[in-house]
Design a protein around this ligand. Structure first.
Ligand SMILES: Cc1cc2nc3c(=O)[nH]c(=O)nc-3n(C[C@H](O)[C@H](O)[C@H](O)COP(=O)(O)OP(=O)(O)OC[C@H]3O[C@@H](n4cnc5c(N)ncnc54)[C@H](O)[C@@H]3O)c2cc1C
Length: 379
């Protein structure tokens, strides 16, 4: 356990041990705070999809000191190729290296990324309590009284809500916020062996249901596909998920077609409806603060939700360390994050709308490239 303080904060509770929560716990513990991390899942698992790690996300992970294990255990690439859905090559995305020594983009399996972050949490001796959530949060002058779902209670100097899109912390402490709004699209994902010809990230556009492929390790990839949301899709069993995704890929060529022809029932397949929300300020209430999908939930169109969560965690710790008071630190955090998160959410939702309206792939590519270029700017 640590015993330093930043400002008047010596202890912090982080609610949610996902990407944003672990990044916050690591950033705060590295500055000497005594951090406790809780997660609702008794087994602290994550589902078996891959995840795209863009240049800005890699940059954020480098700040956390986790770039090397991600490079070693994931896959890095220096180009993303755009194709028409039938496999005709359109052009390559301009993906500059945004910092010396940083790969342009990459991917990793989510369970591998979680293990890398969990190892760092353990190495910092952060106590992790599982199968637990908060049931009550009461701001006091110099801390927060927390009630836990196991009947226990404790006081912390700071509470960080990183409990994702259906955040309990948000529900308890932020009456001015509302649940994320469905965007009308859903995302299909499959984890599968790497198509033999694939050497980069790939996007397949110009179809009502665009898709893309990200390499996650030397021999594995995941493919995503965005479709108009159909309520029934959210309740499919494994056999129906398999048959439906295979049928959705009927028109596709290139490596997307290869995946359709080689997918089996053994592959991990998932469908999830999409929702987004930029929650209105303030993002903090007393000494309770939100980050990640709890407050800036986006859709996967820019593959940047995880990157935004890690950046927010780093900025929160930096601003708390630098500010003269807790309130000034939380305000500075919100001010540094709000416009950047709004850009990601608005651009992602706008790209989704272009897809729903069947706009030409060039329009989609222009919006995507503009947003990615802005994201390359320092955070
Ligand atoms: C289909 C899809 C594809 C995506 N693809 C990408 C991508 O390629 N690249 C990218 O950067 N982003 C992607 N994202 C976004 C990214 O997954 C999220 O933005 C990111 O995981 C947010 O991190 P988080 O910490 O806020 O939430 P999470 O990572 O979801 O973690 C939340 C944690 O909180 C725990 N929890 C939940 N409720 C409670 C509670 N009440 N009490 C305690 N603990 C709780 C959960 O068990 C979980 O461990 C995608 C999202 C979707 C939906």
């Amino acid at each position: 356990m640590n015993d330093r303080t930043i400002g008047s904060i010596a202890s912090a509770l982080v609610v949610g041990g996902g990407i944003g929560g672990m990044a916050a716990a690591i950033s705060l513990a590295e500055r000497g705070l005594s951090v406790t991390l809780i997660d609702l899942d008794p087994a602290w698992r994550v589902y078996g999809a891959g995840i795209t790690i863009t240049g800005p996300t890699l940059r954020a992970y480098r700040r956390l000191g986790l770039l090397e294990p991600i490079k070693a255990q994931g896959a890095i690439t220096n180009v993303t190729r755009l194709f028409r859905y039938d496999g005709t090559h359109l052009h390559d995305l301009d993906e500059p290296v945004i910092e010396e020594g940083l790969p342009a983009t990459g991917g990793i399996m989510r369970p591998v990324l979680h293990r890398i972050m969990q190892q760092r949490v353990r190495a910092l001796a952060i106590p992790v309590r599982l199968g637990l959530t908060v049931t009550a949060l009461a701001n006091r002058a110099d801390g927060v009284d927390v009630g836990f779902s196991d009947g226990g209670s404790a006081r912390f100097d700071l509470v960080v809500g990183a409990d994702s899109v259906a955040s309990t912390v948000r529900e308890i402490a932020f009456a001015h916020m509302a649940p994320a709004v469905p965007t009308g699209q859903g995302c299909w994902r499959i984890s599968i062996a790497r198509p033999p010809g694939l050497d980069a990230g790939e996007f397949y556009l110009g179809h009502a249901d665009p898709c893309g492929i990200t390499r996650c390790a030397p021999d594995s990839v995941y493919m995503w596909m965005l479709t108009r949301h159909v309520e029934r899709d959210a309740f499919m069993g494994d056999a129906e998920l398999f048959a439906t995704l295979k049928a959705l890929l009927a028109d596709f060529g290139g490596n997307a077609g290869w995946i359709r022809d080689h997918m089996t029932r053994e592959n991990w397949i998932n469908y999830r409806p999409l929702a987004a929300a930029l929650q209105p300020a303030p993002w903090y209430h007393g000494r309770i603060v939100l980050l990640g999908d709890a407050v800036h939930a986006t859709t996967p169109h820019l593959a940047s939700g995880a990157g935004m969560a890690v950046e927010s965690a780093i900025v929160l710790a930096e601003e708390l360390e630098r500010a003269p008071s807790v309130e000034a630190g939380l305000l500075a955090y919100q001010q540094r994050r709000f416009a950047r998160c709004r850009d990601v959410i608005e651009s992602s939702v706008a790209i989704g709308r272009l897809q729903l309206d069947h706009r030409p792939p060039e329009e989609h590519a222009r919006l995507l490239e503009g947003a990615l270029a802005r994201l390359n700017q320092p955070f």
